[in-house]
Design a protein around this ligand. Structure first.
Ligand code: SF4
Ligand code: SF4
Length: 470
């Protein structure tokens, strides 16, 4: 029997599902988009660290007061019952992100995403302590010596310092920062404050120091689905293939047209500055966070070569492939914009018309009804009343849709502090001769004494013995 010799190697090929991360050491670059990146990053940081210190009406302007279950947004106090407002806010933010993505791609990722901002700060610290790209790459390969130890040590101390400050400011949005800092200083902060500061310190240190572009490439959901929102007119950062190819090295004063070369000198500067380590010349990629560092790098090269800038530039698929103008006003963008305007209108309406009084009625579960010593029928209720306004208020309590002559035993009016909730027991009494049903659907009411328009009602039922029906 003859044995066939396979014409090709039949050894099964093993593909690794996990590929080891190659450490990226991005080179720094100056340029107009670097200025914008700095503005975006430092503007975001200033907002993050500064807003916590703004006071409003004698308290922190922006504060998630979880122990008292309320959220202060400057002049507004949002209660758990107002959760619908938070839903509106999140839906509007999502639509705004969709609209921006349709218009300008991943501009959020490149300029203001916290992952980009903190990675940028950490990179700056790395440059101060270990030097520019080449020095850092040499240090990666170098033996452990005193120079490496102190530089690396200083870098990690700097990273940990920034991470700790980030954790403290973040927790300062949940525990008033003016009280939190002295408490931390004197060691009197509570255990949950220490725990959350620790968690955010570690998370910031790992995300911005060690994981960096891995978060954008593998963990960020927005990065995964953003490409489905792109259309042919979305602004993307792209390499002009027609102009750049064939790429190749040449002397600065050489006539590259004569050498049948395109404008790309294949210097790879655009790759060296890329924080995710990709080559923009390979086309639009999932890993591209649209930071525009490659535009700055390539424009710099073009300037040195005496070529026109823009070999790598913001453009659209339509403009790049067909030489067409980028259409700004297009149906999807108009649709998103109209939806955002409509939702902002609805949210504003809900905000302006939201009740300043909260009322929740619970019937006494021990007895459907009682007959008192005067022969009247009694039903008892617990009214949970809340003052949702910003100042102390007198709140009037009443009822409606009960037969004539019904009497309410209990407090008819209470004073509540801002945000205070109190449970009030009320009893309704009615002469049996006036009752013609065994169950009456009625309402309780609460309203600010000063403003009758704030009236809010909550439905309940009044029960009476069956023999009184007729
Ligand atoms: S390819 Fe260019 S725009 Fe994209 S991440 Fe890299 S440097 Fe930034
Ligand atoms: S920086 Fe410009 S010229 Fe240099 S490799 Fe990149 S695209 Fe080509």
């Amino acid at each position: 029997m003859s044995t066939k010799i396979p014409s090709q190697d039949q050894t099964p090929q093993v593909t690794e599902l996990y590929s080891k991360r190659n450490k990226i050491q991005p080179r720094s670059i100056k340029g107009r988009f670097e200025v914008l990146r700095k503005l975006g990053a430092y503007g975001f940081l200033a907002l993050f660290a500064g807003v916590a210190w703004i006071n409003w009406d004698g308290r922190q302007g922006l504060l998630f007061d979880l122990p008292h279950r309320r959220f202060y947004l400057f002049g507004l106090t949002i209660w758990p019952q107002d959760l619908v407002l938070l839903s509106w806010f999140l839906i509007i933010a999502a639509f705004a992100l969709f609209a921006v993505t349709v218009f300008a791609g991943r501009i959020w990722c490149g300029y203001t995403c916290p992952q980009t901002v903190w990675t940028k700060i950490f990179l700056e610290i790395e440059r101060w302590t270990e030097g520019e790209r080449n020095a850092r790459m040499r240090m990666d390969k170098a033996q452990l010596d005193w120079n490496k130890i102190w530089r690396r040590g200083l870098k990690h101390l700097g990273w940990l310092g920034v991470s700790l400050l980030t954790g403290i400011v973040f927790v300062g949005y949940f525990a008033p920062i003016r009280e939190l800092l002295p408490a931390l200083w004197h060691g009197t902060a509570n255990s949950s404050e220490w725990t959350w500061i620790g968690i955010f310190t570690i998370a910031t240190y790992l995300n911005a120091g060690w994981m960096r572009e891995q978060i954008c490439m593998y963990a960020c959901p927005y990065g995964r689905f953003q490409s489905v929102m792109f259309d042919r007119d979305t602004l993307i950062i792209s390499y002009d293939h027609a102009r750049g190819e064939p790429r190749g090295a040449r002397k600065r004063d050489a006539d590259h047209k004569e050498q049948a070369l395109g404008d790309c000198i294949d210097c790879k500067l655009c790759v060296q500055v890329c924080p995710t380590g990709i080559d923009i010349r390979d086309g639009l990629q999932l890993a591209c966070i649209a930071c525009a560092a490659c535009i700055d790098a390539c424009d710099h090269v073009m300037e040195q070569m005496g070529y026109a800038p823009g070999l790598v530039r913001y453009t659209s698929e339509n403009a790049l492939e067909h030489g067409q103008h980028t259409h700004i006003l297009r149906p999807r963008l108009i649709g998103y914009s109209l939806a955002i305007i409509a939702m902002i209108g609805l949210m504003t309406y809900s905000l302006v018309t939201r009740p300043l009084v909260g009322l929740d009625v619970i019937r006494d579960r021990n007895a459907l009804y009682r007959e008192n010593s005067d022969g009247d029928i009694e039903n008892s209720y617990i009214l949970n009343v809340m003052n949702k306004s910003q100042k102390p208020e007198r709140i009037d309590l009443s009822f409606s849709h009960m037969p004539q002559g019904t009497h309410m035993e209990g407090e008819q009016s209470i004073v509540l502090q801002p945000g205070e909730m109190r449970s009030v027991t009320e009893t309704l009494e009615e002469n049996p001769d006036e009752i013609h049903e065994n169950e009456v659907h009625m309402d309780f009411h609460a309203r600010l004494e000063e403003d009758p328009k704030t009236d809010i009602d909550s439905p309940s039922r009044f029960f009476a013995p069956y023999q009184h029906r007729n």
